[in-house]
Design a protein around this ligand. Structure first.
Ligand SMILES: Nc1ncnc2c1ncn2[C@@H]1O[C@H](COP(=O)(O)OP(=O)(O)OP(=O)(O)O)[C@@H](O)[C@H]1O
Ligand SMILES: [Mg+2]
Length: 261
């Protein structure tokens, strides 16, 4: 296992990726794993909100500004150095962790130089942390664009629908056909109505090879999470006593021991 593992949370839209990413961060913080980097790789950017973090600048914004007119770059500063500095400035320092929002993906045109510099810099940046947690955008884009590369832990999330399970099957196929390196895969079945656990497991078994996952977790539908969302409350602040958090916590114990120790 890498010394600075990267944990990516993937799945169909609306299944609970951001919620799980927030609880993963909370779990690791509670286990004393620091420093941590939380990365919002979803252009619609909600990860910051559930963590109580205010985002001013995104990597996408920096990429756009730098590529378009090179505006604002001091003449005596190499572009490479300037980009690295800007990304460093976009990292928000929060309580116990740092946060970086990737923002919108690139528009049309050639972004090769800027992207290469950014990728190198982000790869280097993550090595400063004990672990990074990436809240990925819904679907497959990030995998086909290869923004999700070499993750040590991929947490695949589905709600109890066939569409969500089939999206995970496609993500797994794409990941293996693109030879994305994934050391450990975990499956979380989220928002399970009470009494439906066995039925949901049956559906998951019929669509996915459950043996390919190091662990499978079930999290109940929980009105506390729903209410926290409506109240705009950070998921880092809600009670740890609630049933869903206990279930997330139990599931997250299966993260490789060298991340959580
Ligand atoms: N176990 C749960 N019980 C109740 N509500 C939940 C649970 N998990 C997530 N939710 C709620 O479901 C909604 C979608 O969750 P979330 O934003 O985490 O999904 P997502 O996969 O990140 O969505 P998107 O693809 O839009 O980014 C949110 O309102 C969240 O509060
Ligand atoms: Mg989300």
């Amino acid at each position: 296992m890498a010394t600075s593992p990267c944990i990516a949370v993937v799945g169909k839209g609306g299944v609970g990726k951001t919620t799980l990413a927030a609880f993963t961060l909370r779990y690791l913080l509670e286990k004393g794993v620091r420093p941590l980097l939380a990365i919002d790789a979803d252009p619609s950017s909600c990860f910051g909100a559930v963590l109580g973090v205010e985002v001013e600048e995104t990597v996408g914004g920096i990429r756009e500004d730098t590529r378009s007119t090179a505006k604002g770059i001091p003449e005596d500063t190499p572009k490479q150095q300037y980009l690295a500095l800007k990304v460093q400035q976009a990292v928000v320092e929060a309580q116990g962790f740092d946060f970086l929002a990737m923002g919108r993906p690139e528009g049309s045109g050639c972004y090769c130089f800027v992207n290469n510099v950014l990728r190198d810099h982000l790869d280097r940046l993550t090595t400063n942390y004990r672990a990074s947690i990436i809240d990925c955008e819904a679907g497959l884009e990030h995998i086909s664009r290869r923004t999700t590369r070499d993750v040590q832990v991929m947490i695949l999330v589905a709600d109890p629908t066939i569409k969500a399970l089939d999206t995970l099957a496609t993500i797994l196929d794409l990941t293996s056909s693109l030879k994305t390196r994934v050391d450990c895969k975990l499956l979380l079945l989220n928002r399970i109505p009470a009494g439906m656990e066995e039925k949901v497991m049956e559906a998951a078994r019929s669509r996915l090879d459950l043996y390919s996952f190091e662990a499978v977790g079930l999290v109940p539908q929980d009105s506390v999470i729903f209410n926290a969302e409506l109240a705009g409350q950070s998921l880092l602040d809600i009670s740890g006593e609630i049933a869903s958090y206990q279930a997330y916590f139990h599931f997250l114990r299966s993260l490789q021991s060298d991340i959580a120790s």
